[in-house]
Design a protein around this ligand. Structure first.
Ligand code: NAD
Length: 484
């Protein structure tokens, strides 16, 4: 049941930062899986470009080690690994100097798709762009891929956009948010706009509220210093949760094409109301074990950066007036679990009597673990004993629905990289979307900084601070369970 693999055109992909963590863990293993599945043409070339001096063989050995670490044994063969390594090249390059650039320009082939993955710190983007043009590596048909963080506020995002746009057209810039590459996230669009069943109900008349949860069980680990400058709002809400919110709430685009989809997402961001302080709960994980609390893992023991945030948002338009959207995300929570839940309203009249309690339809879109969807419907509890109602899921787990082929469903990175080669920007963020998201985020951050708000502590392994539960309890609602 997995869709056919359609090979992409021949390409040269240069990974700036080709020896970095992201390249080793995600980009190279993702490309390998596309090679293994037959989607990547055998003649395509991947050129690692980084500061470290090494030759092609040494880089191939690094790539091989990365595949052995990050691609399960059952998903690779010796022949496919060797075949993939044939297309791997390396150039030692200095993004801010001249070393390596003429070598790179000689390596690139004319007449094949050319893409440059900027898997380096954003402070290097401008220097890379200048040199790519200066050394005639970049033409009007090449593409660049850029990673988050896409700025830390509106001003820095505008600066970054203007740096990139002074060298590349918007149609050449692929801003990755890997959440958009997830199978279920795209399925959200397929379910909404490919079926008659849901869209007529997708509004304030039938939907009570929406919950979006992205829960992590890990803490800041070794990234404390970086994370503390960012926090859950900048690190997760402004990008990943905002994208999920947009896809859930947007109007049907007229076509499934990049600008039609992104125009609709942008309208959602622009329709978001400012959020009152009483609708925001920020937290920091504490731990009974010495050394494990947030404040002990970052450099500033008085830090007011949040590792958890929950919010109630309102979208001011005809479809969503009066429907709260609850967002929460945090570190060191009970489990790694992410889902979007659409909670429908109560049936208008209970013919089975009050004693049967409240039964609501819920559509959940699970992002991790075990990507899939559930539609909870109310049925009669089987067996004798009269009419007792129970809510059961109509389950669509991809792993079960696709059987053994589920393993071949591309992960987010590999799908998105293939989209870059195909020249399809639908699942990438446009510059104005990123700026609109910051324009909404900035005043909230400024607000809590000006008020001097402190995040409340929450227990490691919990579902976040009690105050977050109250955001829903106060109106008789409750968060869905975070399930391990
Ligand atoms: P990293 O520190 O592990 O690797 C950085 C890479 O950049 C190395 O290959 C290094 O050689 C190269 N580099 C640094 N300075 C250079 C220069 N002057 N010239 C040429 N090459 C240079 O970083 P990473 O974790 O791989 O992250 C790369 C980018 O991706 C960053 O912008 C990061 O924010 C973003 N990102 C990373 C992750 C992740 O999981 N690692 C996730 C999302 C976004």
């Amino acid at each position: 049941m997995v869709s056919r693999v359609i090979p992409v055109e021949d390409f040269d992909l240069v990974i700036f930062g080709g020896t970095g963590d992201l390249a080793r863990r995600k980009i190279l293993p993702g490309l390998f899986r596309r090679f293994h599945s037959g989607q990547m043409p055998p003649e395509a070339r991947i050129i690692g470009a980084a500061r470290g001096a090494m030759d092609r063989d040494a880089y191939r050995a690094e790539v091989k080690a990365a595949l052995e670490e990050f691609v399960p044994e059952r998903a690779r063969t010796e022949a496919s690994v060797n075949g993939f390594l044939e297309g791997i090249h390396y150039v030692t390059i200095d993004a801010t100097g001249e070393a390596g650039w003429s070598e790179l320009s000689q390596m690139l082939r004319p007449d094949v798709v050319r893409a440059f993955y900027f898997s380096v710190a954003p402070s290097l983007f401008g220097a890379l762009a200048e040199r790519l043009h200066g050394h005639s590596c970049a033409g009007p048909s090449c593409r660049i891929v850029v990673e988050k963080p896409f700025g830390r506020d509106l001003e820095s995002a505008r600066e970054l956009n203007s740096t990139l746009r002074s060298h590349f057209a918007e149609g050449q810039i692929y801003r990755i948010d890997h959440y958009l590459g997830k199978e279920t996230v795209q399925n959200l669009m397929a379910v909404r706009f490919g079926n008659m069943l849901f869209e007529p109900l997708w509004n304030s008349q039938y939907i009570d509220h929406v919950q979006i949860t992205v829960s992590e069980s890990v803490g800041v680990n070794g990234r404390g210093a970086y994370y503390d400058k960012s926090g859950a709002m900048r690190d997760m809400v402004q990008n990943h949760l905002m994208q999920l919110l947009c896809l859930t709430a947007m109007e049907p685009p007229s076509r499934f094409d990049p600008d039609a989809v992104r125009d609709e997402k942008l309208k959602v961001i622009r329709a978001l109301d400012p959020v009152a302080p009483e609708n925001i709960v920020r937290g920091q994980y504490a731990d009974a074990e010495a050394g494990q609390g947030y404040l002990e893992q970052v450099e500033n023991p008085d830090s007011r950066t949040e590792s958890f945030i929950a919010m109630e948002l309102a979208i001011s338009n005809w479809r969503w007036a009066g429907v709260p959207f609850f967002l929460r995300t945090g570190k060191r929570l009970k489990a790694r679990y992410s889902e979007i839940a659409i909670v429908f309203k109560d049936a208008p009249h209970l013919i089975f009597g009050q004693a049967q309690g409240r039964h609501r339809n819920v559509l959940t879109i699970r992002l991790q673990p075990n990507e899939g969807m559930d539609l909870f419907v109310t049925i009669k509890e089987p067996g004798p004993g009269g009419m007792r109602l129970v809510d059961v899921p109509l389950d669509m787990s991809f792993a079960e629905a696709l059987g053994p082929d589920a393993e071949n469903v591309p992960d987010a990175y590999e799908r998105l990289i293939m989209d870059v080669i195909r020249g399809d920007q639908t699942l990438f963020m446009r510059g104005d979307e990123v700026e609109a998201a910051w324009a909404w985020t900035d005043p909230l951050i400024e607000g809590w900084n000006e008020r001097g708000d402190k995040p409340v502590p929450y227990e490691t392994g919990s579902t976040g601070p009690e105050e977050a539960a109250m955001l829903l309890h106060r109106d008789g609602r409750r968060w869905r369970e975070i399930r391990p």
